[in-house]
Ligand binder design. Structure first.
Ligand code: SIN
Ligand code: CO
Length: 401
């Protein structure tokens, strides 16, 4: 692969319509048998699959400071398993060894909405679990080394061949190489191995050690899922609880009894203190939805919405829409919702917006449409109510023209 001849980051992404990668395997069976449990190799998950992006385009994107890119050089770098972080310059690619390196670009779908079609094929998993699409390019023998990820991942072979070796019995404290920030396992024993070709997918639950080695020019898409840590869950829950507590309310003990030793904290006092805390822990349903919705829709660092500086009036917004014809969704943001208690609660970018429940039929459509044409919007019977929602969303930076 010759990387010396790309000059711009103009990207011609091929947008495709993909069917479920599970083929004949019903989604509920995949979830019951494999999800978070054991690996699954799906041969020809996407038939006649061609990579939506080329190696040159990936290299171009790696030169853009807006994208998070890394190059890992196993051999013939400054030291074994050298990690270089982007943005890169075009010359950086001309100075790379011929083999044994990998370029990886994280969160790529958040910059190139056309690539969300790959992610959409995995919607048998709820969207709030989705983390990102990472795409890697490697020449022959490129690898990021044997490692373990904390998240579920679908490894889709997009171009060329990659050999995947896995081991499902790696201890959580297995020793790592100490030469790099890459968490490469010191020892890796192969339990199973396959060669993946374009359209093949290997699903791996968290904790399964994996080692992918490219067999010639190779592009691999990783559809990664996220799950909040227990610490994140409890921390954010407690924050919600704390926000509801009156700041000047103090512990009270009108039923205090005499005690023999004044320096002793009696077990009864401990129980009373604990009860004071416990009384706050059960959130009312509305607060509970808002806690879950805002937490799960929070944008990743660097992908937060920016509210529009010149906020248009409703009629100004309609004029802009008519002039531009198409309103685009900011695909870097998480669009989620909960329907409960006669209200549609939208959670977008960690923000919470309540809408009348009669718009619930539009919720999924709103969250999944990449673009909304004015003509289409104009035809909806709930046009007025929808316009008011869209106006609010536009002002908050969830959409753009
Ligand atoms: C790669 O694309 O080379 C690495 C993907 C992974 O191991 O998660
Ligand atoms: Co991995």
């Amino acid at each position: 692969m010759q990387f010396g001849y790309f000059f711009s980051i103009s990207v011609i992404i091929q947008q495709m319509k993909l069917t479920s990668p599970l083929g004949d395997l019903p989604a509920h069976e995949f979830l019951a048998q494999y999800w978070q449990k054991k690996p699954l190799l799906i041969r020809q998950a996407f038939k006649d699959f061609t990579s939506p992006i080329s190696a040159e385009e990936l290299a171009g994107l790696a030169c853009d400071e807006m994208l998070e890119s890394r190059i890992i050089i196993e051999k013939d770098g400054r030291h074994p398993w050298e990690l270089r972080t982007g943005p890169f310059a075009a010359q950086d690619f001309t100075r790379l060894p011929d083999t044994h390196w990998t370029l990886l670009i994280q969160d790529i779908e958040k910059h190139l909405p056309e690539l969300t079609c790959i992610i959409d094929a995995f919607h048998f998993i709820p969207d709030w679990r989705l983390d990102d699409l990472m795409i890697s390019y490697a020449p022959e023998y490129g690898s990021v080394g044997p490692h373990v990820d904390a998240y579920d991942v679908f490894l889709l072979q997009a171009q060329g061949k990659r050999q995947w070796k896995i081991n499902t019995h790696i201890d959580a404290d297995a020793p790592m190489l100490d030469i790099t920030a890459l968490n490469i396992l010191q020892d890796f024993e192969v339990e199973q191995e396959w060669i993946l070709e374009p359209g093949d997918i290997l699903y791996l639950p968290p904790g399964v050690a994996h080692y992918g080695i490219s067999l010639g020019d190779c592009i691999t898409c990783s559809i990664g899922f996220r799950a909040p840590t227990h610490v994140e869950l409890v921390q954010s829950y407690l924050q919600t609880v704390i926000e509801q507590i009156q700041a000047d309310k103090h512990f009270s003990d009108p039923d205090l009894c005499t005690q023999q030793f004044p320096h002793e904290i009696t077990l009864q006092s401990v129980a009373q203190l604990k009860q004071t805390v416990a009384d706050y822990l059960s959130l009312d349903p509305q607060s509970l939805y808002n806690w879950a919705g805002t937490l799960l829709s929070e944008g990743k660092e660097g992908f937060q919405a920016e509210s529009v500086s010149d906020q248009p009036t409703m009629s100004g917004f309609i004029r802009r829409w008519q002039a531009s014809q198409v309103l685009y969704r900011n695909t870097a943001l998480k669009f989620l919702y909960i329907t409960a208690d006669d209200t549609l609660h939208f959670y977008i970018d960690g923000q919470h917006i309540d809408v009348a429940a009669r718009l619930s039929d539009y919720a999924e459509w709103l969250c999944s449409s990449l673009e909304i044409s004015w003509d289409k919007m104009n035809r909806y019977p709930d046009r007025e109510a929808l316009l008011s929602v869209m106006h609010g969303f536009y002002c908050r930076g969830f959409y753009y023209f």
